[in-house]
Design a protein around this ligand. Structure first.
Ligand code: SF4
Ligand code: SF4
Length: 123
């Protein structure tokens, strides 16, 4: 559910800022992409093994979005598409985008701090 008063302007800013999409995907995101056979998405994820937790379960960190085959972060998300002649942006993997993206913005204060204008009623 979008936050009250929020209206996305499709400016694409949050998809160009690593701080906004948080640099990592969740276990669920990664498993879903595996089940869906989304090699095109997995190519941009760097998996880091963190060892086992106290219960013996394996822990991993899924860094996004990186240059395929490396751990070098890209400047922005490779799945952001600019609509021709509209100066608007869409997510080309909307149906299976990461949890962080689906939950953005979870707080108005944070959204405004990164420059999101979705709460600005004057535009
Ligand atoms: S920065 Fe805000 S207004 Fe712009 S695309 Fe992201 S959520 Fe929408
Ligand atoms: S996956 Fe989609 S919503 Fe998430 S950062 Fe990329 S373009 Fe934006």
């Amino acid at each position: 559910m979008p936050l009250e008063g929020f209206n996305c302007r499709q400016c694409g800013l949050c998809c160009k800022l690593r701080g906004a999409y948080q640099n990592y995907a969740t276990d669920e995101d990664y498993r879903r992409w595996q089940l869906e056979g989304r090699e095109d998405i997995l190519a941009f994820v760097a998996v880091n093994d963190l060892g086992c937790d106290m219960n013996g379960d394996e822990r991993r960190l899924y860094n996004v979005w990186v240059e395929p085959g490396t751990e070098i972060y890209l400047d922005g998300c490779p799945f952001l598409l600019e609509l021709p002649d509209e100066h608007k942006f869409i997510c080309s993997i909307h149906d299976t985008k990461p949890w962080h993206c689906r939950s953005f913005p979870s707080e108005r204060e944070y959204a405004e701090r990164i420059g999101c204008r979705g709460f600005d009623a004057t535009h």
